[in-house]
Structure formats: C-alpha cells, structure tokens
Design a protein around this ligand. Structure first.
Ligand code: FMN
Ligand code: SF4
Ligand code: SF4
Length: 294
C-alpha cells in the first residue's frame, strides 16, 4: 500500500451504487450496514484509485485526494490518435535550441499517469533539460568511445561500436543524433516489471511529445552507453539501487513529414475454440526454450 489510505466517503453524496466495491480488485472496500462503503482490508490496497475515479457522485476521498480537483474525462478522437500513431517517426534532425519551458513542464507532468506493473510507480526520470549539459555529456561519451576504438581499445566498447568507427572519427553524433535533450528512465532493480514500466513510460512520453510537435528518438545506443559508462548514472542523478532501463532523445523538430507511413503487414493470429492439443515432448521442449531463452 502507498501511504495512509484514509478512505473517506461523504455520506451525504453516496448513492449506494456499489460501483467502487465492484471495481476494487483487491477487495479492500465493502458496502457496510447503511450501504456506505468502508475500507475493511487496508493492507491489500495497491493505491490504484479506481474507487475514487469510478464514483459517479465524487463521494470518495482516498490518500487525502479531493475528487473535485480532477479533470472531467473528455471524449477522445480515435482518428486523431491513430493518425498520430501513423505519423510518428524517429527524429534525428533537431533545432539546436532548448525546448520551451511550458512544453517541458507538460511532458514532465504527464509522467505520473503512466501505468506500472503491480502499480509499483517507482520509476525515476532523469532529464537533460539544457543543450549545454547535453553537449557536455555528448562530448564525454563520444571521446570515450573514440578513445576505446583507437588508442586504448576496451573490448566491451569496441565490440558494440567498431562498425561505426569511421562515423565516430568523422565527428558524427552516432549515439545522440544531435538531440538537445535526453530522458533516461531508470527503475528500482527490485521492481516487478522494471523494463516494461520504463518502456511503457517512454512510449507514452513519445506519443505525447509528438502530439506537442516535439521530435523523439528511441536510443538503444544511449542505453548501451548507460550500461558501459557508470559515471553517466551519477551524472544523471539516477538513485542508488536503480538501473537505467532505456533512453529517449528529444527536442524541437527541424523536419516535418508530409504524410503518414505505409508499413508492411504484421503477423496476427486469431485463436479458435478447438480444445487443447496434447503436445509432443519436442513441441513442449521447443516452447519452453523460446519462452525462457531471454
Ligand atoms: C527499442 C528501440 C531502440 C532504438 N535505438 C535507436 C538508436 O540507438 N539510434 C537511432 O538513431 N534510432 C534508434 N531507434 C529508432 C529505430 O531505428 C526506428 O524506430 C526505425 O528505424 C524505424 O523508424 P521510425 O521510428 O521513424 O518508424 C530505436 C528504436 C527502438 C524502438
Ligand atoms: S485504491 Fe484501488 S485497491 Fe485501494 S481501495 Fe481503491 S480500488 Fe481498492
Ligand atoms: S461509488 Fe460512490 S456512490 Fe457508489 S457506493 Fe461507492 S461511494 Fe457510494
């Protein structure tokens, strides 16, 4: 449970519908005597706040949150959302300037709404807000890599970046793609869904950023650098006991795409009601192998 539950119901508002009780997967609340819900098993609460959100009359307060402070749920435009998904691209061409502070704030404020496995919500978000800081980091990493590729070969670094030696030596920003900003998402090493939480957060971040006209690029190379160069974790103030999970570059766009993309078909199957086959030993072994190989 997160903090003190402090589950309170305004009895003058409650219409005894039971929606809050039905939507609590942890069975923390029950309708009591006069049909007003009461928390009966506080220790099982995962802090999801479904009860608070579902109450049609705003009678519930939990964790001292006031339902009157919430926004109304707007009807969404699926066409706009799909168009955003279809038009999102990896940006590798940014204006060499800082994003404006309001946009930054919007992006940061959004992060508390991203879902996490078991409602764990222990992600840490390390931002590089200033292009000068980004340039210092960029120079440090590029120098280290060039050094490892030339004068002082470090096997782990050389193994990863040797195919790009010429590009590094030509001064190409292979890792950070000239981005003025970066977001590194780290998670507690004990988080139940450490990697998934971070990837979801970055997926939400990317789409919201692109809806605000901000360019983004997933940065696998950046994540490799986070693993290889521990001083980066200190520089980015990643908490102790936390591991960088993934990296995203972002900044003001310098290019605009004129149309959506036309990707190839993806592999889709549909299950049919057919009973379960008794698997041969070979099929079982193959499935276990693929299921547990990583
Ligand atoms: C998990 C992941 C890691 C990626 N890492 C990098 C990277 O290190 N550098 C880079 O320039 N692009 C990176 N990309 C971007 C992909 O190369 C890009 O998604 C792909 O080329 C398709 O282009 P699109 O994103 O514009 O559709 C990454 C993308 C994903 C999803
Ligand atoms: S916050 Fe979630 S788990 Fe806790 S009482 Fe409300 S619905 Fe149940
Ligand atoms: S959802 Fe709201 S109105 Fe309905 S029982 Fe719960 S507290 Fe009462």
């Amino acid at each position: 449970m997160m903090g003190n539950l402090n589950f309170k119901v305004d009895e003058s508002k409650c219409i005894h519908c039971g929606l809050c009780v039905n939507d609590c997967i942890e069975h923390v609340i029950e309708l009591y005597g006069n049909k007003v819900p009461k928390a009966v098993d506080e220790k099982n609460c995962i802090g999801c706040m479904h009860c608070f959100m579902i109450c049609p009359v705003g009678a519930i307060s939990i964790f001292d949150k006031n339902p009157d402070s919430c926004e109304k749920i707007l009807s969404q435009s699926p066409d706009m959302l799909l168009n955003l998904i279809k038009s999102r691209r990896s940006d590798r061409n940014y204006k060499q300037e800082n994003l404006d502070t309001q946009t930054f704030q919007k992006l940061k404020d959004m992060l508390k709404w991203v879902p996490t496995g078991c409602n764990h919500h222990k992600l840490h978000f390390s931002f590089v807000d200033d292009i000068q800081v980004m340039d210092e980091l960029r120079e440090h990493v590029n120098n280290k890599i060039i050094n490892a590729l030339t004068s002082k070969p470090i096997k782990a670094v050389a193994d990863k970046f040797a195919p790009f030696t010429k590009d590094f030596l030509n001064g190409e920003d292979i890792i950070f793609r000239g981005a003025p900003h970066m977001l590194v998402v780290s998670n507690s090493v004990t988080a139940p869904c450490a990697k998934e939480d971070a990837d979801i957060a970055l997926s939400y971040f990317e789409l919201y950023a692109q809806s605000l006209g901000v360019g983004t690029c997933w940065c696998g190379f950046g994540q490799i650098c986070m693993m290889l160069f521990p001083e980066l974790s200190e520089y980015l103030k990643i908490p102790e006991g936390y591991k960088s999970q993934y990296v995203m570059l972002f900044g003001p766009k310098n290019v605009n795409y004129a149309r959506t993309s036309l990707p190839s078909e993806v592999s889709i199957s549909t299950a049919e009601k057919q009973g379960f086959e008794k698997l041969s030993a070979m099929k079982t072994a193959k499935r276990y192998f693929w299921n547990f190989i990583r």
